[in-house]
Design a binder for this molecule. Structure first.
Ligand SMILES: [Zn+2]
Length: 232
């Protein structure tokens, strides 16, 4: 090894050390996150319903955290929704879709990107769905469509209002037309809800985009949105 290779090796070691210093996983596991004024304790943010006390930014939160706020901790039921066959088109881009699904499930602990729950707000029973942006950008595919339809069906059977907390980049490319058909399926399901004279409420959160905006996120009887949410 001459002096040049020694320097190059040392440089690579430093690069690796920097890369390893703070991976996204480390940040996810840490007690801290960051906002306008630098580091902020997640505990402090949580006490303020995940809204920054300084800049009022609404931080992205997980479906469980959302339901905790809406219904109260341990005060709601999460439903197991049908999971269709993985990767129906046998899709591979820079990585096989099967692998992407596997790591999304490991990362989020969810089987698909959308969760359905039922709880009460002011003594009114509500069925709600919320999406996890960490699950492939909360994109919609067959499994998420099934979750949405399960939620609507639950609302109709139990005569509850249906609340959709929307988030996600749109329809999932890796399931192509199967994903796109979820736009029609969710729209038809919402029509069924309305035929049953049950309210459809939408709370738009950051970010809501693509086919999600072009279908179920814009069909509410009442829409509210978190300030600053990207809607595209
Ligand atoms: Zn802030």
């Amino acid at each position: 090894m001459n002096w040049i290779t020694k320097i190059i090796k040392a440089g690579e070691k430093i690069k690796t050390a920097i890369r390893e210093r703070a991976t996204k996983e480390d940040i996810a596991k840490s007690d801290w996150t960051s906002c306008c004024k630098g580091p902020i304790l997640k505990k402090d943010l949580e006490e303020n319903l995940w809204v920054c006390p300084d800049c009022k930014r609404h931080h992205r939160i997980k479906p469980h955290q959302r339901f905790d706020i809406l219904f109260g901790k341990n005060n709601y039921e999460i439903f197991k929704t049908p999971i269709p066959k993985d990767d129906p088109l046998n899709w591979t881009d820079s990585k096989p879709y099967k692998e992407r699904l596997k790591s999304a499930r490991k990362k989020t602990g969810l089987q698909c990107g959308m969760l359905v729950a039922s709880g009460t707000i002011n003594n009114i029973k509500i069925t709600a769905v919320a999406s996890d942006f960490d699950f492939l950008g909360a994109s919609m595919a067959a499994a998420e469509g099934e979750a949405f339809l399960y939620g609507i069906q639950h609302a109709i059977e139990n005569q509850t209002p249906f609340l959709c907390i929307s988030a996600g980049g749109g329809m999932r490319m890796m399931e192509s037309l199967i994903s796109l058909s979820q736009m029609t399926r969710t729209t038809l399901a919402i029509n069924e809800l309305k035929k049953n004279h049950l309210p459809y409420l939408v709370c738009i959160t950051d970010p809501t985009a693509g086919g999600i905006t072009a279908s179920y996120a814009m069909l509410g009887d009442i829409h509210i949105a978190e300030p600053g949410a990207l809607i595209a």
